[in-house]
Design a protein around this ligand. Structure first.
Ligand SMILES: *Cc1c(COP(=O)(O)O)cnc(C)c1O
Length: 409
């Protein structure tokens, strides 16, 4: 009879930990709460000084010339596609291993998402596959920094320049990541034309729901601001139509395009300003945990560790383990459920976007991106968030090792 500690909990053994741990979790402290409370009674609860402060803070942090914050990253991606002028007939190339918003943004504008396959080692969009998918209708690439690791920006920028494509970076996972030493979308040597951030609770910093678009291009910045708020212009000197200035006062506005209400509230901006004060410490702790995981899994037969480009100094949002299923006598589902029984609740990021019925209806089929599908079949995200204690990290490592040794052929 084997030791109870060595038997998976799902088979009747003792779980590695008593309290359930999840793959991600926000960290709100007293400073955050006070900032929000102060803003709530300040007189502005939406579109006031905190939104401006946040935008200036994001510009300072990234080095980008313009930051436009909005209601979430899905809205940010939509705004970026609108500013890029994506319309009916335009093709937008993206990765299938992402949250569906990276592709949906093209659909919102009447464009057509096209899926390029991913790199088998980094799991990021593969530049060679982008080249293969380019047609005379291609207008933009949405490159996703999956798990926080920068895409191969040198190559992707080169492709975009060669084919006159707009490069939109979905940086929902990667705030703070550096590529060749530069903060993503830094002003000096920036790669993407527009970069989108998410401030959802599982992401690196949060305000509940929130997003931002960063750009160095003034024309894009103006469009982003207009589309964010109904397409309304208040500055009479910028009106398209002539108006009767004798009759129409400062109240008069002009709707110049079909915009949306994608604004962020001031109390959310206050929360995010406060979270930004701890962004670097959050990133540092995430990196420490990633190092511990990398060390523990590097030589663990049965687990494949995500490779990192030497150019990417990654602010890691997700830690992905990939099961080497040929070496295990369990399925990914069994392993996932066994982890859950150990009280380590994993998640899978992501089901290939084009497997969804919405995409089936447009003619996409399974098998379209074979590398992405192969990777999908073995991956799961294990807990990674800054408030994890060393004991938490150890327990996750213990669970993975225990299950690998149990299920190894
Ligand atoms: C979270 C996420 C989004 C969407 O962000 P929201 O702020 O929830 O709208 C988009 N792309 C990726 C890659 C994401 O992980």
């Amino acid at each position: 009879m084997a030791d109870k500690e060595l038997i998976p909990a799902i088979e009747g053994g003792t779980p590695v930990r008593e309290e359930k741990i999840y793959y991600g979790k926000q960290w709100i402290n007293e400073d955050d709460v006070n900032e929000v409370a102060t803003t709530l009674t300040s007189g502005f609860i939406t579109c006031g000084p905190k939104v401006d402060e946040l935008e200036r803070k994001l510009e300072e942090y990234t080095g980008a010339s313009y930051a436009v914050v909005c209601s979430n990253c899905t809205a940010a991606l939509h705004l970026a596609c609108l500013a890029a002028g994506i319309g009916p007939g335009d093709e937008v190339i993206t990765t299938p291993i992402t949250f569906m918003a990276s592709a949906n943004c093209a659909l919102y504008c009447g464009g057509k998402p096209v899926f390029a396959d991913v790199d088998p080692d980094t799991y990021n969009i593969c530049p060679d596959s982008i080249r293969e998918k380019i047609t005379d209708k291609t207008k933009a690439v949405v490159a996703v920094d999956f798990t926080g690791q920068c895409c191969n920006f040198d190559e992707i920028r080169k492709i975009c320049d060669e084919h006159n494509l707009i490069m939109i970076e979905d940086a929902a996972h990667s705030i703070g990541s550096r590529y060749n030493g530069k903060v993503v979308n830094g002003r000096v040597g920036s790669y993407a034309d527009m970069t989108c951030f998410s401030f959802h609770p599982v992401k690196t910093i949060t305000c509940g729901e929130g997003g931002a678009v960063l750009t160095n291009n003034e024309e894009y910045a103006k469009k982003l601001l207009l589309y964010r708020s109904h397409g309304m212009e208040h500055d009479h000197s910028l009106f398209i139509d002539d108006i009767d200035e004798e009759q129409e006062g400062i109240w008069y506005y002009e709707q110049q395009m079909l915009g949306y209400n994608y604004r962020m509230t001031d109390f959310q901006a206050a929360l995010l300003c406060s979270q930004m004060n701890r962004l670097d410490s959050f990133i540092a702790r995430r990196k420490e945990i990633v190092e511990k995981y990398n060390e523990a899994f590097a030589d663990l037969d049965g687990i494949i560790v995500q490779k990192e480009l030497p150019e990417s100094d990654t602010s890691r949002h997700l830690y992905i383990i990939r099961l080497d299923l040929d070496k295990l006598k369990c399925t990914r589902k069994q392993f996932f459920e066994a982890m859950s029984a150990e009280n380590v609740q994993c998640q899978v990021h992501y089901v290939p976007v084009y497997w969804m019925p919405v995409y089936h209806k447009m003619g996409h089929q399974k098998g379209e991106c074979p590398v992405a599908e192969k990777i999908y079949s073995g991956i799961m995200s294990i807990p990674l968030y800054p408030r994890m204690t060393d004991d938490d990290v150890e327990s996750v490592i213990k669970a993975v090792k225990k299950l690998i040794s149990w299920y190894h052929i």
